[in-house]
Design a protein around this ligand. Structure first.
Ligand code: ZN
Length: 233
């Protein structure tokens, strides 16, 4: 498969998928990148608007919006039901923000659209390093789904997950290397409470994002002063 092929990015407007979008633009060229965004009744639905704005600011030619507002008819959880508080998970259970089947649904719809556009590469910003409670963020799921999609549509998809084994700090590092650290810090929405940029500061998503950012900044300052360096990086 030609590396200069085209790619479709599953894009939410959050830190991870925005980093993936910038990376895709760097890898494939802007004219070869499309993105797809899903509204599925998420409480932090402002991310859909932000995704539209970011895609427009980058000049992405094709941005597909898909409405899955019926999703809460078949499942519910703290992301879809405003009466359920978002809680940190007990050690033995998934976080209550897991949306069953979400990533599989996203991949299926993205794949159908990609094939219609003769695109093989699907890029998704899932990561199993920091948030292991999400079963459909694991590499084993993505690999399995990739095989299933190929069989389902007789098309050679390649599901690419650039962040799979990165820590949140390393994802910030990727943004920095792409020259987009400040943009992603200020423009993306990761917060479950709909607060863009630095976020509400208290939800699990904000906590993870902030911890990763602080860790990366300590690493970068260490590198600049020459006192720290490789470490676990
Ligand atoms: Zn938050």
């Amino acid at each position: 498969m030609n590396d200069r092929d085209r790619a479709l990015v599953i894009f939410s407007g959050g830190q991870d998928s925005t980093t993936c979008l910038f990376k895709a633009v760097a890898d494939y060229g802007l004219e070869n990148v499309s993105c797809i965004t899903f509204y599925y009744g998420q409480k932090h639905s402002a991310e859909v608007q932000i995704a539209c704005e970011i895609a427009a600011e980058l000049g992405v030619g094709r941005h597909k919006l898909i409405n899955l507002d019926w999703y809460n008819q078949i499942t519910t959880n703290a992301l879809l039901d405003s009466t359920i508080p978002i809680e940190k998970s007990p050690d033995s259970a998934c976080p209550n923000t897991v949306v069953d089947g979400r990533n599989m649904m996203f991949l299926l719809i993205a794949a159908v659209y990609a094939k219609s556009q003769e695109i093989h590469n699907l890029i998704m910003g899932v990561c199993e390093t920091d948030f292991s409670g999400y079963p459909d963020c694991r590499d084993v799921f993505v690999q399995s789904c990739n095989v299933t999609l190929n069989l389902a549509m007789d098309w050679q998809f390649r599901v690419i997950t650039p962040l799979m084994y990165l820590t949140k700090a390393q994802t910030w590092q990727m943004a920095d290397r792409l020259g987009r650290l400040d943009y992603i810090y200020n423009r993306t929405l990761t917060c479950y409470n709909n607060v863009p940029g630095t976020g509400c500061g208290t939800c699990p998503s904000c906590t993870l994002r902030r911890r990763g950012y602080d860790e990366y900044m300590r690493h970068r300052e260490g590198e600049e002063s020459g006192s720290d360096g490789s470490g676990c990086w």
